[in-house]
Design a protein around this ligand. Structure first.
Ligand code: ADP
Length: 266
């Protein structure tokens, strides 16, 4: 049902009121789904922590299945909510200045359990403490997490490199991995909604197929671009750009949004 609603919003040419109405329905449906999901996630976590007595191995396996499925559904709902907001033009970026290295270090520690267990390394190149960016920090962090999480998910050995290259009016960033790569015939599905590569090597890896759709839209909203190069069996590099903004640009932007009535500032 959610898939159909999203298709309704994105694929068909609809009036603004219709998009608004569909997006509202989607928001309501998503919120309604989150309430029972919180119970599923909360209670399965409690049981896994042996809060009500020790669970045996089979019970633990099933509880893990329940918890993972719940997490997957939550990711799906959050992505769908964000995508529907973007389509309805209601997704507002709160741009501010932040330190890139600090954010990257936070991300590296969040994903440490995922890459540490595989013996991978995450290396930063061209990044130092002096780099500050102006973007929506929450959304930018989401973009980085998604790209780095994918690099880890689809890599079994080697390194993941996060590289920053300063250009005249923008930054170019690379997320490079030594993973399974993407075959020529699969390259078209990568940024598509619910687009996932299907082959035996990765059928056990879970995902929503919505992460890169959202990443692309968020980068575009920031005025950047994203693309990738990949060699099957060797690895993949995602490239994206972010315009360099100054604080002056930001205050002009805020004034512009205020005039358009898009946002209120204290
Ligand atoms: P998912 O949640 O399935 O990872 P994404 O939208 O993030 O969804 O990615 C879409 C598809 O692109 C993935 O299912 C995977 O097949 C492919 N993909 C993304 N990143 C990589 C990568 N670093 N290496 C190989 N394949 C990738």
């Amino acid at each position: 049902m959610i898939h159909t609603l999203i298709q309704d919003i994105t694929e068909l040419k609809r009036s603004e009121q219709e998009v608004e109405k569909l997006s509202q329905t989607l928001t309501t449906v998503s919120h309604e789904l989150r309430t029972p999901l919180n119970a599923i996630l909360g209670f399965s976590s409690l049981l896994l922590e042996n809060a009500f007595g020790k669970t045996n191995e089979t019970q633990k396996d099933y509880l893990n299945e329940i918890n993972n499925a719940g997490e997957h559904l939550l990711k799906l709902i959050n992505c769908i909510l964000d995508l529907s907001k973007i389509e309805a033009g209601k997704f507002i970026l709160n741009k501010e200045e932040f330190n890139l290295l600090k954010m990257l270090l936070e991300i590296r520690s969040i994903v440490k359990p995922l890459y540490g267990i595989k013996g991978l390394n995450i290396i930063f190149e061209g990044i130092d403490d002096s780099i500050s960016l102006i973007a929506d920090p929450l959304r930018f962090k989401g973009v980085l997490l998604n790209l780095i999480d994918n690099a880890i998910k689809y890599t079994e050995k080697g390194n993941i490199i996060f590289r920053g290259i300063e250009k005249k009016d923008h930054w170019e960033f690379h997320v490079e991995d030594t993973g399974i790569g993407i075959a020529e015939e699969d390259k078209d599905v990568i940024f598509k909604e619910f687009g996932r590569v299907e082959n035996d090597k990765i059928k056990h890896i879970t995902g929503t197929g919505l992460g890169l759709t959202l990443v692309k839209k968020i980068i575009k909203l920031h005025g950047g671009e994203i693309w990738f190069e990949s060699e099957f069996g060797k690895g993949t590099t995602f490239f994206f750009t972010m315009p360099k903004l100054s604080i002056q640009n930001i205050s002009l932007l805020k004034q512009h949004e205020l005039i358009r009535g898009l946002k209120t500032y204290d």
